[in-house]
Design a protein around this ligand. Structure first.
Ligand code: MLT
Length: 316
């Protein structure tokens, strides 16, 4: 009898390229890109599959893992695995993989785009211009050359942001407990402690995962310890920033602006930040380019196939 092929359920919007790779490699695919939003249906569909490929909409809870009797591997097409209950997965013997490189450049570019959008108030200036107002005096901006870019988390994404910042002639400082002195020297950043970073940054940008250690790292106290007129950019995770405190700092003009791509609750249909002065928001678009989505889909399909067919593990 023919050997049965493993089956992978794709429960979030993943590029078609992934489906093809799985099939070519010998893995069957159930492609239900909207399933991540339907908790009950997910519990049903997960029961028999060997693999689950996700982005961020699917929440892999203890309950989901309990229902997944056959599951061996979860593949996150992206970096953050905060939508997976990792301890529960470990208890169930399920391997969790991510794709740590595929969307790094795209996310770094989004942070840089946000920095310029805020520094020059581009979204508000666009709306005003297209409304026929020609408010040349209202939109006085900030030059970035010579300013200090403070990066929290100088790994795959943060180091690309650092390189772009240096290219823009910014001074780059970074807080990252995993950054060695050699690596810092190699990429041209000055390694500093957290308090110093907040005190010196003209632009602060976050590139760290959300963990119990990093939650609320941009706290009320630290926000108000920043220089007046500084800018905060968050293209990492919502829970890293005290949103209510950020709102106050914008309202009071303590901060000159903020670029926010990620929120404490997503989808963010409403948020305490909305409507704040010089706030630029995007709906978690950090990884949203065709290039990045192609990369992460290919990578996750290859890694999951390798594991299901040969037991080979990468990026777990
Ligand atoms: C990530 O962690 O890689 C991003 O949040 C990805 C995404 O938006 O899919």
């Amino acid at each position: 009898a023919a050997k049965t092929r493993p089956v992978v359920l794709i429960s979030d919007k993943l590029s078609d390229a992934a489906v093809q790779i799985f099939k070519d490699r010998g893995v069957d695919v159930i492609f239900e890109p909207d399933l991540g939003k339907d908790k009950e249906a997910l519990l049903e569909r997960i029961a028999t599959v060997d693999g689950l490929a996700i982005r961020s909409a699917t929440k892999v809870t203890d309950k989901v893992l309990e229902a997944a009797k056959n599951l061996k591997v979860i593949g996150r097409a992206g970096i953050g695995v905060d939508n997976v209950d990792i301890p529960a997965a470990s208890r169930a013997g399920v391997i969790v993989m991510n794709t740590p490189f595929g969307n790094s450049i795209t996310t770094a570019e989004h942070a840089i785009a946000m920095m310029f959008a805020v520094a020059r108030q581009i979204p508000a200036a666009d709306a005003s211009t297209q409304a026929g107002k020609w408010e040349k005096n209202r939109f006085m901006g900030t030059e970035l050359t010579g300013k200090t870019l403070g990066i929290i988390g100088c790994g795959n994404i943060g180091s690309i942001v650092a390189a772009r910042g240096i290219g823009l002639k910014m001074r780059v400082i970074a807080y990252d407990p995993f950054l060695t002195a050699e690596r810092a020297a190699e990429i041209g950043v000055e390694k500093v402690e957290l308090d110093e970073l907040f005190a010196r940054a003209d632009v602060l940008t976050l590139h760290t995962p959300l963990t119990e250690k990093t939650r609320n790292v941009v706290s009320r106290e630290r926000i108000f310890a920043m220089k007046k007129g500084a800018i905060v950019i968050n293209c990492a995770r919502g829970g890293l920033v005290d949103e209510a405190a950020l709102r106050e700092a914008l309202d009071q003009g303590h901060l000159a602006g903020a670029g926010v791509d990620v929120f404490s609750e997503e989808p963010a249909k409403e948020n305490v930040l909305f409507g704040a002065p010089n706030l630029v928001c995007t709906p978690h678009l950090g990884a949203a380019t065709s290039e990045a989505q192609e990369n992460v889909a290919l990578q996750v399909a290859e890694q999951m196939s390798d594991y299901l067919l040969r037991g080979a593990v990468s990026n777990a």
